[in-house]
Design a protein around this ligand. Sequence first.
Ligand SMILES: [Zn+2]
Length: 417
Amino acid sequence: MPSNLRIDPERLWSTLMETGAIGATAKGGINRQTLTAEDAAVRGWFKREAETLGCSVTVDEVGNMFALRAGRQPGLAPIALGSHLDTQPTGGKFDGNLGVLGALEALRTLVSAGYETNAPIVVVNWTNEEGARFAPAMLGSGVFAGVYSRASADAIADSEGIRFGAALDAIGWRGETRAGAMPLSAYLELHIEQGPILEAEEKTIGVVTGVQGVRWYELKLSGRESHAGTTPMPRRADAVLAAAHLISAVRDLALAHAPTAVGTVGQVEVEPNSPNVVPGHVRMTVDLRHHDDAILAAMETALTAAIDRVAGAEKVEISLRKLHDLAAVQFHPTCIAAVRSAARALGYSERDIISGAGHDAVHMSRITPSAMIFVPCKDGLSHNEAESATRQDCAAGAQVLLEAALAIDAQLASGPL
Ligand SMILES: [Zn+2]
């Protein structure tokens, strides 16, 4: 049975629109990159709203914000609900914002009903989820989870040479507490899907069971530059021809694990890039993704086999360097079940789904039981000013977030998850 608490869809929507004005772009999106004046403005807004609700707001050493409402049972660690308020340079109104503002709406609902949870509830705004200004993405949650040190985060420079640490100090949002110092009982994150599946299947709620793993590689192909008119075909060592074989091999190794595996060659640089020279050099990237690390490993083996085969056949030397290796994430079964049960009890259509994109929950799942809730977005479009989600779907997501948090809270009374 769901609780009798109901979030206020209009209040949630007007909050999304109100904060959407901070960094608003002409095309209806948001440009609120991390640690800018716009980021500072939305942080101030969030702190004031949370304090109006009686929350205490703390900020940690990398600027992560925590709005805490006490629970009634002493000794229980907080249940965290959150996401991020930073955006891409041409971001939309929902990516990240829905997760923080949906959590705030859940908190407002608890406060206005006078409902006391067993565990404290903390709404979190993670610093620099997007990674558009300071790479890597998911930095604040990464420091909180112990994946990166504060010192390494502080040292990251943006394209103008400004360091993360200096930018954080400059906007005045570096806090006192050590990142990761707050123990948590669980973490739930509401987010738009950023993909087309829920919309296509007309499902309201995605019960996110995990996040697919990602591996990035850089390939360098070295053949021999020669005259395009005078070099007979059998005597060529054509780096672009070898690259072409590898590009189709990447598609084939992804299709071998259809429909869930994906493989992409997104960058190809050719030297000397001249119409009448047999190309001698190519630099290209390969991006492989799957939710099962064993299959990802098999895809990597297939890639190296393809490289050996093509190198031999085309007389081209090929080197491979791994740039990135993010393991697949499986969320916590109890948290997944809480989301699924909440969606069903509330009468929303739902399906299990695996996230194709990274989220703060990836890092959080290393240190506390975690799960995510997805809602549809129009045409699966995100990282785009035209990003759009409906009022009803946003409200459904926030309602499931509240209900799942209450279910977890009830379980915590009898012990950790
Ligand atoms: Zn996001």
